[in-house]
Every structure is written in structure tokens, then in C-alpha cells.
Design a protein around this ligand. Structure first.
Ligand code: KG4
Ligand code: ZN
Length: 360
């Protein structure tokens, strides 16, 4: 990455009016955000209804849907923000990780816009976006620890200073959201299954007892595939006995196991890294059981917990603009040969000159 001059640098002013594009999976989203904190617009077009009938995201269809809607979404975000394209300081885009064909649509659109407006381009790591969704809600206090739980990721991230990411734990197999979706599918629930399992879990009195994957005592890593297999076994055994397992009790058993491990490891990480805040991020942050358990534990530990509103937990472009602002402030801009990266390291994406940043 190199810095290239732009009209704002030439005049010495650095207004941070960033238009961001997010197309890494099955949501096409465009947002306009001022200074990484104030959302002027954040339009999201979900493809869930299309993918639902296949029981999961079909990459080819996702790319095609992004192509169909990206231009309209850019127009809509600019209109809803009440700005002109020429007011923009920079264009940001999710560079990765994600589905390569889907990412490519956003990257090409963002490059075209940056090129036409002659303003800088900023490639953003999707998970940095999920974490910085919290900056759209409240000021951050460092060092902090973030628990990122989505359909593709489950990570504990230590953030010692603005824009610097150290992964301290991650899933060794399925992501939390992926496990939710697979378990839901086995129970005959529609895609995405997470919200259905969450809802059912709250209707049960007694959970079906299921194991917890703690791994080694000092590990911050996660594993959900054993739990998923335990659910499938419980379903099969009940079927062979001619019984029916109550979906609510099974959902509660599964959710209790996922939530207990996530909460315990997140609290232990926050304590051992001296975190001033614990941030929750990603689509599974919408989970009611997880929110309740974390807020109860954080209350007891007197640890401030930040959880974005539901609309900022699932994929959206405002969070991408919030993360892009870190790079805008430090002057680490992307070049027009930016590539879509289906696999991209969060640690390597970290801001290189955090000292320049202020007020994040
Ligand atoms: O962050 P996200 O929108 O997309 C990715 O980047 O993966 O997360 C989507 C995931 C899906 O697996 C979905 O089932 C899960 O978040 N999810 C939930 C809930 N709402 C969404 N999982 C559990 N409980 C929920 N309430
Ligand atoms: Zn996501």
C-alpha cells in the first residue's frame, strides 16, 4: 500500500467523508460515513430470500445479484446521505475475506468511483469492519478485546491501540454462525438458522445436555464441530428409538453450550489483556442468549461491554467506512491495482502508523 496525493491533501484539509462498499457475501451494501463515527446513510440489500431455497449462499448467484444492484445502491446511499459525489474524501471497499466473485463486484465498483472522482481508495478487512461497527456507537477505550462471531468467523482479537489487531484465539473448525446454520438445517429450520435456534432456545424449559469444547486449559481457540456432531447424533438416536426430540430443548442445549464457551473465553481474555472494554461483533452478536449472558457476566466483572445494534451486527457498509477511517487518518491508502482477497490476514491489515491517529 502507498499513499497517493489527493485534492484534500493538497489543500491541507482532511475531511473524512467516506463512501464504503460491502459485497463480501450475500448483502450488497453502500454507506456514507463522516469521520468514522457518523452514519449519513447505510443502505443494505439482502439476498437471503434468493439463497434460502438452496439452504445456503450460492456464490455464483451472489455475484450476479451484486452486479444487478451495486449501481442502484451507490446512487441510493448518496441520495439518502444528502451529499454530492464530489463531496466525498475517499471510497472504501471490503477487500476480503469473503467470496471472491462477490468481493470482486464491490472492488471494481469502488475502483471505478475512486478513479472517476480522483479520490483515494481504501481496501478494508471485513473483520476490522465488524469490530469497528462499535465505533459508530461509542468512543473506544484501549486496550480492548473483541469477540467476533459471524457466519464465517469466530475470533478473539486483542486491539492494543486504534486499528492494531492481534488474534489471540480462533475456531479450529466451524465458525459459530456456521454451526448454528448447520444445526438448524438438521432440525429442518430455514436458512439462515441462527435466529430460529435462538428463538426456539428461549421457549425451552430444560436443555438437552450437550458437551462443551474447552480445548486446552489456557487456549483461547474454539471448536464447534464436535458439538454439531453431538446434535446430529442426538437427532439420529431419537429417530431410531422412534422418539422426537423437542426442537426447543435441543436448541437450548446447543445454544447454552456455544454461549458458555464464548462468554468464558472472552471474559478470561479481557481480564488477562487488561481490556478496558469488551466488544461484541459479527452476525451472531445478534444472538439474544449471547447478549444476555455476556452483559450479565460483564456487569459482575465491572467490564464495559459494547454491542452494536442489530442493523450494525450483520454485514453492512457503514462498518467498512468506520474501519476505513483508521487508514484514512494514518494516510495508508490503497492503489488502483487493489485485488479482491478471499483470504486476508487481519493482523497484516493492521494500521502501520497508529501514533498518527487521534480520538479513536
Ligand atoms: O456477520 P454475518 O452477517 O455474515 C458473515 O460475515 O458471516 O453473520 C451471519 C451469521 C449467520 O450464520 C446467521 O445464522 C448468524 O449470523 N446469526 C445468528 C443470529 N442472527 C444471525 N446466529 C445466532 N443467533 C442469532 N440471533
Ligand atoms: Zn460479516
Amino acid at each position: 500500500m502507498t499513499t497517493h496525493t489527493n485534492k484534500h491533501e493538497r489543500t491541507g484539509a482532511r475531511p473524512g467523508l467516506i463512501l464504503a462498499v460491502e459485497t463480501s457475501c450475500d448483502e450488497t451494501s453502500v454507506a456514507v460515513v463522516r469521520d468514522g463515527t457518523t452514519i449519513l446513510s447505510n443502505v443494505v440489500s439482502s439476498q437471503i430470500d434468493t439463497h434460502k431455497r438452496y439452504g445456503g449462499v450460492v456464490p455464483e448467484i451472489a455475484s450476479r445479484k451484486h452486479v444487478e444492484s451495486i449501481t442502484l445502491m451507490i446512487d441510493e446511499a448518496v441520495r439518502a446521505a444528502g451529499i454530492r459525489l464530489t463531496d466525498l474524501s475517499a471510497v472504501a471497499v471490503t477487500q476480503g475475506p469473503g467470496l471472491v466473485g462477490a468481493l470482486l463486484v464491490g472492488v471494481v465498483a469502488a475502483k471505478t468511483l475512486a478513479c472517476a472522482l480522483q479520490i483515494p481508495l481504501i481496501g478494508v478487512h471485513h473483520i476490522a469492519g465488524h469490530i469497528y461497527a462499535n465505533r459508530l456507537v461509542r468512543e473506544l477505550d484501549y486496550p480492548l478485546v473483541a469477540l467476533v462471531v459471524s457466519g464465517g468467523h469466530t475470533e478473539l482479537v486483542h486491539v492494543p491501540s486504534p486499528g492494531v489487531f492481534r488474534i489471540i484465539g480462533q475456531t479450529r473448525d466451524d465458525a459459530a454462525g456456521e454451526a448454528y446454520d448447520k444445526v438448524a438445517r438438521a432440525m429442518g429450520l430455514p436458512y439462515p438458522g441462527g435466529p430460529h435456534v435462538d428463538r426456539l432456545a428461549h421457549q425451552a424449559d430444560e436443555p438437552v445436555p450437550l458437551p462443551r469444547a474447552w480445548l486446552e486449559p489456557d487456549s483461547y481457540d474454539f471448536s464447534f464441530s464436535g458439538l454439531k456432531s453431538a446434535v446430529l447424533n442426538a437427532l439420529n438416536q431419537a429417530k431410531m428409538r422412534g422418539d422426537v426430540l423437542h426442537p426447543a430443548s435441543l436448541s437450548k442445549g446447543f445454544q447454552d453450550s456455544v454461549v458458555e464457551v464464548l462468554v468464558e473465553k472472552a471474559i478470561r481474555a479481557a481480564r488477562s489483556f487488561g481490556a478496558k472494554q469488551l466488544l461484541l461483533a459479527g452476525g451472531v452478536a445478534a444472538n439474544k442468549g449471547l447478549r444476555e449472558a455476556l452483559s450479565e457476566r460483564c456487569g459482575r466483572e465491572k467490564l464495559p461491554l459494547l454491542v452494536p445494534p442489530l442493523s450494525l451486527c450483520t454485514d453492512n457498509a457503514a462498518m467498512i467506512a468506520a474501519a476505513a477511517f483508521l487508514k484514512w487518518e494514518s494516510g495508508e491508502l490503497s492503489q488502483l491495482d487493489l485485488k479482491a482477497e478471499p483470504v486476508l490476514s487481519l493482523e497484516e491489515w493492521s494500521v502501520k502508523t497508529p501514533a498518527k491517529l487521534a480520538g479513536n
